[in-house]
Design a binder for this molecule. Structure first.
Ligand code: GCO
Ligand code: CA
Length: 263
């Protein structure tokens, strides 16, 4: 009974940017729960093909498409193509994102805008053509990948924090507008995970490395697979009356003020 509640059998899930990192970990989770997986990437077809092979080797039916989530024409065409070739998109995970770690006073406006364009406007662009079809079909699950920076600031990540804070509110607004059409929109807010995105701040001796371990009550960097449970929950009928929430998967970071050194 409980496995039926969380089953994604017969569903198609589109996970953006799932060629690696937390996107891939969440897509693997949705695939193992029974969904067909569709991924995208914007730069390299080879990277997309390699990722698709990785999913297939894990026994998951997977497809890859090359398009840029920030380009509305490309997105509209890709969504039509995916729905024809693979099936109706039942689940959309907006995971594609970038970060630039530059203090605000040093950041060129163009770089600030690039981060907002990908991490915030890109979700708007990507979601609309999918949501229009979900509203028509009166069913859909949308999961926006937020961040600790949806709640907290940190030196050097101002553009990213502005985008991810905005994404939390975009999630609530999408939930507000589409709930009556039986489309649920929620966020997942990952804490600090061991991925290529955090590699520059995870190296031995980097001040952030020890800081994150001590700042996280669980005392470690997250393993991307730790995001699978929240993704499956928010993609399945187990969450049919849950909408507009951000589920933080962070080893306890947001629960605490932290502790003094040595305590
Ligand atoms: C940072 C950024 C990211 C994190 C993440 C935290 O502090 O440099 O916030 O690197 O990966 O988004 O939730
Ligand atoms: Ca289907």
């Amino acid at each position: 009974m409980s496995s039926e509640l969380f089953s994604l059998k017969g569903k198609t899930a589109l996970i953006t940017g799932a060629t690696h990192g937390i996107g891939m970990a969440m897509a693997m989770g949705l695939g193992k729960a029974g969904a067909k997986i569709v991924i995208n990437g914007r730069s390299s077809q080879e990277k997309i093909d390699r990722a698709v092979e990785t999913y297939q080797a894990a026994g998951i039916e997977a497809y890859g498409y090359r398009f840029d989530v920030t380009d509305e024409n490309q997105v509209v065409a890709a969504v039509d193509k995916i729905e024809q070739e693979v099936g109706a998109v039942d689940i959309l995970v907006n995971n594609a994102g970038i970060i630039k770690r530059v203090p605000l006073l040093d950041m060129p406006v163009a770089d600030f805008e690039e981060v907002i364009k990908t991490d915030l406007t890109g979700v708007f662009t990507m979601t609309r053509p999918v949501a229009r079809k979900m509203v028509e079909r009166r069913a859909g699950k949308i999961i926006n990948i937020c961040s600790m920076m949806s709640e907290l600031g940190r030196n050097s990540v101002g553009a990213y924090a502005a985008a991810k804070g905005g994404l939390k509110m975009l999630t609530r607004n999408m939930a507000t507008e589409w709930a009556k059409h039986n489309v649920q929109v929620n966020g997942i807010g990952p804490g600090y995970f061991a991925t290529s995105q955090t590699e520059p701040i995870r190296v031995d001796g980097h001040p952030m490395n020890d800081f994150i371990v001590s700042r996280t009550p669980a005392g470690k960097w997250g393993d991307p697979d730790d995001l699978q449970g929240a993704a499956i929950f928010l993609a399945s009928k187990a969450s049919n009356f849950v909408t507009g929430q951000v589920v933080y998967v962070d080893g306890g970071i947001l629960a605490t003020i932290g502790r003094p050194a040595g305590e």
